[in-house]
Design a binder for this molecule. Sequence first.
Ligand SMILES: Cc1cc2nc3c(=O)[nH]c(=O)nc-3n(C[C@H](O)[C@H](O)[C@H](O)COP(=O)(O)OP(=O)(O)OC[C@H]3O[C@@H](n4cnc5c(N)ncnc54)[C@H](O)[C@@H]3O)c2cc1C
Ligand code: FES
Ligand code: FES
Length: 495
Amino acid sequence: MYDMKALYEAESIADAVRLLQEHPQAQVIAGGSDVLVQMREGKRAGAELVSIYGLDELRGVTMEEDGTIRIGSLTSFSHITKNPFIQKYIGVLGEAVDLVGGPQIRNIGTIGGNTCNGVTSADSASTLFAWDALVELTGPGGVREIPIRDFYIKAGKVDIRPGEIQTAILIPKESYEGYAGYYIKYAMRNAMDIATLGCSINVKLSEDRKRFTDLRIAYGVAGPVPMRAVRAEAEGRGLEVTEENIEKISDTVLEDVNPRDSWRASKAFREHISKVLCRRALKEAARRADSMMQAPDNSGETSAETMEMPERTANEKPEAVSGQKKHVIMAEPGGGKQYKLVRCRINGVERETMVDVRASLTDMLRNDYSLTSVKKGCEVGECGACNVIIDGECFNSCIYLAVWADGKEIRTLEGLMGPDGGLSDIQQAFIDEAAVQCGFCTPGVIMSAVEILESGKEYTRDELRKLLSGHLCRCTGYENILNAVEKTMKKRLGN
Ligand SMILES: Cc1cc2nc3c(=O)[nH]c(=O)nc-3n(C[C@H](O)[C@H](O)[C@H](O)COP(=O)(O)OP(=O)(O)OC[C@H]3O[C@@H](n4cnc5c(N)ncnc54)[C@H](O)[C@@H]3O)c2cc1C
Ligand code: FES
Ligand code: FES
């Protein structure tokens, strides 16, 4: 159970604004991957929450008539990476958010939460600085837009006024047209680790592709908030694209950055890698800009009409999973509104139960439905032992509120067995490949494998490793796990 005072579920943007005005102490919860973890750690204990998780109008990416790319605040990292507009025009943002945590975190974490938390290491933030993004906020006074640079006030503090929520991130056409970029995240591990330093660079080349017409060099963790290296940018404008000049620009970033010592790295080390990352990212951004200019289809000049629309777009409500109407709940534990009726489909069976609004989905699945394959491990989204499939995507159920399951289709390991109790091919493969030791992590890993296998795609071993990187096996049997998933994938694809 989460230690919360009250949960208010908004059913529209206006409703969220009203709830925040009525409950000035309340905090917004979007995907909850920061909020619920902090609540578990006691930092937000006893908080009142306004949940905007159900506001599907805030999900998705669209292109406006003037070419502005609009990313709804609730759009998850994985949906950003897969989105065709992002891939075509601002691919580096999709690449950057594909480095956040692991797959389950990328399915729950939103771009709104990643910027509203005011954290300097947020993987989307430096990239959005390099795209000159605008932040759209909606509140009692209406809608306002501010440059992302002004949105960050100080570490952990952003410009959100009382009653406001962030509704979108906007990238105007002039910010991306003709630019190409590259993001490098320097971290201790390839997955499930935040950046020691992040560097995101966009460049625009002259028509003859020989000079930097413009550069945007942005950093995360080089200061208390994400920042631009404005002196280095000024140094680089107009310079010829040569190794020597790239070196010169990279040296200049030391006049801009101001990192600190932390347990992760010293100030001196961060300064050193500020230069190194700048050099590497600038080189790659220039190479990309050069090849983009040689391939006009990729130049950012294609009109919106020629693009295939993404499946789900901002301001367009997707069909409700079960056709149920959402209800605003004002649940106040101890105040008589502690429970909510949650109707969902679990392993193919329609279910309904009253859940305590403070419960996680792990609590509900284990306590109400005895689905004990859903393990309680770290309970802060790090180990993947509680992983389940919700509407086709994997989520760590320990950082997913049970009330959010209303109307959803949920699958756990128990649902994989055939009607006669026989094991599915992936379960059998885990046995055949000795991919099970103590077995604690196994159900969660298998559910990730199910998502992978059901995509029908063929992945390389490295891609499979990344897709399984949201799991920690305490017994460390990773190679055997990979073998089991790879062999089953090949078998299903007839290879
Ligand atoms: C295991 C793990 C690994 C992680 N790894 C990374 C990583 O590698 N890189 C990285 O950048 N992050 C990482 N994170 C952090 C986290 O996933 C992101 O910060 C995420 O983007 C937060 O989004 P959310 O929707 O979950 O936000 P929430 O937790 O719901 O909210 C975060 C904050 O933003 C506010 N907020 C959210 N949305 C809005 C809105 N629309 N309007 C106003 N305020 C809002 C909330 O009040 C809260 O203060 C990790 C988290 C976990 C648990
Ligand atoms: S990720 Fe949920 S228990 Fe560890
Ligand atoms: S098999 Fe023991 S934790 Fe993975």
